[in-house]
Design a protein around this ligand. Structure first.
Ligand code: NAD
Ligand code: MG
Length: 388
């Protein structure tokens, strides 16, 4: 029996993971499930999967969770300390699918116990990639990518040497605003940003896809996870989302990874790795698709892509600042307090304000430094917005 825990179990990735687990429940022993405000879902899944413990991120929701689990023998807990404690519980496989920088600490803790960490939480790699990889190496733990593009690259590298890779191309759907002008983008509404043309995902990553901040995070994620140099990483807009990534080798060969846009591909690959098992995903009918469309990405209309290059150039704490500023700007956009294009402007301003402190070329970066840079970037976005 494989012991598993799912962090962010009530979200889009968490629910897709649970869907796979429920189809073969006898093979798994579920240790911990965590969620946020959706207590009913968390309790239902904990009951269905006979989890040892269910944890809500919110302290004030604990009584409700306790009620929902009463009589089941399933433990209920709440808050940050409980999340960390759950990450330390022995497990063979842990899904890291909390959204945002909040996913870093539990994932980091899990690595200390030598587990296999299926990493959907790309923000962990963007904010603290080198620290995370070093921690995994130190404890003989493994990080498996669960972003569709990164799982695709990972699969493309099976049996290959990273030294023979010339470039990696990750695809972007282009989101709902792929063909919009800068003028139109200024007036983009929350409802419009929440309508993704090809993927069904959580609200935050969906809006990040519309602004291309998601792709910006993924470029950095690619650099950190595979140890490539920034100029080896390319983005191509591919509206259908059938090709997830391509690995280009030094002989010019390009290996493309294709599949239906369904995250259960990447989750299932990480769940069964190094084996492949049957997955309940649509099989592509290429004749029906007919053709595949590609376009160059536009860094002027979508400045997040350009900012990602700056962040990689700066290195150090720039990823932590970039992500935290983006998360805060996204909160402001969701709250209706800033416009769609203001998000990238605020992030760019904060990166510029903090640029002198960021690179720390000679300093060993610590997790505390990451948290400090994160907090400062959030405060700076709020203060810039308050002054506007
Ligand atoms: P989601 O919003 O649907 O779910 C997020 C989960 O995290 C929920 O369980 C929520 O309760 C929990 N959560 C939110 N804030 C929290 C906090 N402060 N502390 C603890 N828990 C908290 O998000 P999602 O779309 O499932 O994405 C999860 C992660 O996976 C993100 O990092 C995202 O970038 C990545 N990802 C998602 C997809 C996708 O298809 N949805 C694809 C690739 C990568
Ligand atoms: Mg992705």
């Amino acid at each position: 029996m494989k012991r598993i825990s799912i962090f962010g179990a009530t979200g889009s990735i968490g629910q897709s993971t649970i869907d796979l687990i429920k189809r073969d429940q006898g093979s798994y022993n579920v240790v911990a499930l965590t969620g946020g405000a959706n207590i009913a879902q968390l309790a239902q899944d904990a009951r269905d999967l006979s989890a040892d413990i269910a944890i809500t991120a919110y302290d004030d929701r604990l009584p409700e969770l306790r009620d929902a689990l009463s009589g089941t023998g399933i433990e209920a807990a709440a808050g940050q300390a409980a999340l960390i404690e759950a990450a330390a519980r022995p497990a063979d496989w842990i899904m890291s699918a909390i959204v945002g920088a909040a996913g870093l600490a539990p994932g980091f803790e899990a690595l200390k116990h030598g587990t296999c960490l299926a990493l959907a939480n790309k923000e962990s790699l963007v904010t603290a990639g080198p620290l995370l990889l070093a921690e995994a190496a130190k404890h003989n733990a493994r990080i498996l990518p669960v972003d569709s593009e990164h799982s695709a690259v990972f699969q493309g590298l099976v049996g290959e040497q990273i030294s023979e890779v010339e470039r990696v191309i990750i695809t972007a759907s282009g989101g709902p605003f792929r063909t919009w002008s800068t003028e139109q983008l200024k007036g983009a509404t929350l409802a419009q940003a929440c309508k993704h043309p090809s993927w069904d995902m959580g609200q935050r990553i969906t809006i990040d896809s519309a602004s291309m901040f998601n792709k910006a995070l993924e470029i950095i994620e690619t650099k950190e996870y595979f140890g490539l140099s920034p100029d080896q990483i390319e983005v191509i807009v591919h509206p259908g989302s059938y090709i997830h990534a391509l690995v280009g080798f030094k002989d010019g060969a390009l290996m493309a990874h294709m599949g239906a846009p369904d995250m259960r591909h990447a989750i299932g690959y990480a769940l069964h790795w190094p084996e492949r098992r049957d997955l309940p995903v649509e099989r592509l009918d290429l004749a029906k698709l007919g053709s595949l469309q590609f376009e160059a990405p536009d860094e002027f209309r979508f400045p997040a892509l350009r900012l990602a290059r700056d962040v990689m150039q700066t290195g150090g704490l720039a990823g932590a600042v970039f992500n935290a500023a983006k998360e805060t700007a996204l909160d402001l956009f969701i709250a209706g307090r800033i416009g769609f294009t203001d998000m990238a402007e605020l992030v760019e301003q904060v990166l510029a304000q903090m640029s002198l402190d960021l690179s720390h070329q000679d300093v060993q970066i610590s997790l505390d430094m990451v948290y400090e840079a994160d907090a400062e970037a959030r405060a700076r976005v709020l203060s810039l917005q308050a002054r506007a």
